[in-house]
Write a protein that binds this ligand. Structure first.
Ligand SMILES: [Zn+2]
Length: 355
């Protein structure tokens, strides 16, 4: 592993490897499996973490989920149908966003436009899935490929410098957080331009803040929100970030006094990975073999995980997977199995070369 980690200046020194080793050996919550290496985690005498103690009863969790689902239903009754589409789906070709697209189209009857951002690291099978799945569903599909020069610089800077807040680092690796920011901005810009009121992503609990099932955005809070983010990204990624993290005034003007709903419907749905794979497989989706342990679409993901681990000392999927355990959608054993299965970078020399 250490050999492959020294390509073109992106290195993991001995200290980083030790951190990864300590993480794998670390003590974990006896209920959800979260590592004590995760910031703020303390176990009580029974080895249970405070997140488990604060989680509430199974009934309360179920009630919360149903409430999120009701919020989604309400949004769907509120959205206007002035443009060509009811909803823009941020579509990665992975299993979760495929399921989101399937349910919104088939079960909710929404006329969706699926948009994929090709970040230069999508696996061949993910791209094949994007085409096959949207065709089978009869959904319009478009792919946006930002210049690779910008993407490469963005990813390198994200790995080398501290670009994101500690709160973001608890939810995803630095490369993922940068990508998510760019994708969100592109979806918002496109939705406003095309006069679409609703955007849907395929994020799960743990990947986004708890209140992200339905976010209402109007012109005022969009300006506030995006402008502070834009300055930050320009500082790290240069002036070109304007294009990928900004919303130009003429676009924003089109929003007028309308409300844009940014949603993550999966937060309100029951989650069963195997059932999802089975269901989307009926629509031409095939399980990729060329991506890695934690992503069904992106080859950069595992590399991001390694650099996150060596920097922070905990796994970027810690929140997401242990959240699924707490909600009863995954066993503790399965979650720990995934978290301790550290990607082997020897298998990602193509990704490292491109970076
Ligand atoms: Zn716990």
């Amino acid at each position: 592993m250490s050999q492959a980690l020294k390509i073109e200046g992106l290195k993991i020194e001995e200290e980083g490897l030790q951190k990864i080793h300590d993480y794998v050996e670390s003590e974990r919550c006896s209920h959800c499996g979260i590592s004590v290496k995760f910031p703020g985690i303390k176990l009580d005498d029974d080895g249970v973490c405070h997140l488990c103690k604060d989680e509430g009863t199974r009934q309360e969790i179920e009630e919360l989920r149903k409430n999120l689902n009701r919020q989604l239903d309400e949004v769907i009754t509120k959205i206007g149908k002035r443009g060509d589409y009811d909803c823009i789906v941020a579509y990665s070709g992975g299993k979760d966003s495929s399921m989101t697209l399937l349910k919104l189209t088939r079960d909710y009857g929404l006329n969706c436009l699926a948009i994929t951002i090709d970040n230069g690291f999508l696996s061949d099978s993910a791209i094949k899935n994007c085409h096959a799945f949207t065709q089978e569903l009869g959904v319009d599909f478009t792919m946006f490929t930002p210049s690779f020069g910008f993407m490469r610089n963005m990813y390198r800077k994200s790995i080398e410098n501290k670009v994101h807040s500690n709160a973001s680092a608890k939810r995803a690796s630095a490369v993922c957080n940068s990508c998510i920011g760019l994708i969100n901005n592109h979806m918002i810009k496109t939705a406003i331009s095309m006069e679409v009121d609703m955007i849907a992503g395929g994020y799960l609990g743990g990947q986004v803040p708890k209140d992200a099932a339905v976010m209402e955005m109007n012109a005022n809070n969009l300006v506030r929100f995006r402008e502070s983010a834009l300055d930050h990204y320009k500082m790290h990624f240069g002036d070109e970030a304007q294009k990928f993290f900004g919303i130009p005034p003429h676009v924003l003007e089109k929003l007028g006094d309308r409300t844009l709903y940014v949603t993550n419907p999966m937060l309100g749905w029951e989650y069963d990975k195997e059932a999802i794979i089975k269901e989307i497989s009926q629509y031409g989706w095939e399980k990729p073999s060329d991506t890695g342990q934690h992503s069904s679409n992106c080859r950069l993901n595992d590399v991001g995980i390694i650099f996150h681990l060596k920097e922070s000392g905990f796994h970027p999927y810690e929140t997401e997977l242990t959240d699924l355990v707490r909600k009863g959608f995954m066993t503790r054993e399965d979650a720990i199995g995934k978290l301790n299965d550290i990607p082997d970078l020897d298998q990602y020399s193509d990704v490292m070369q491109k970076l």
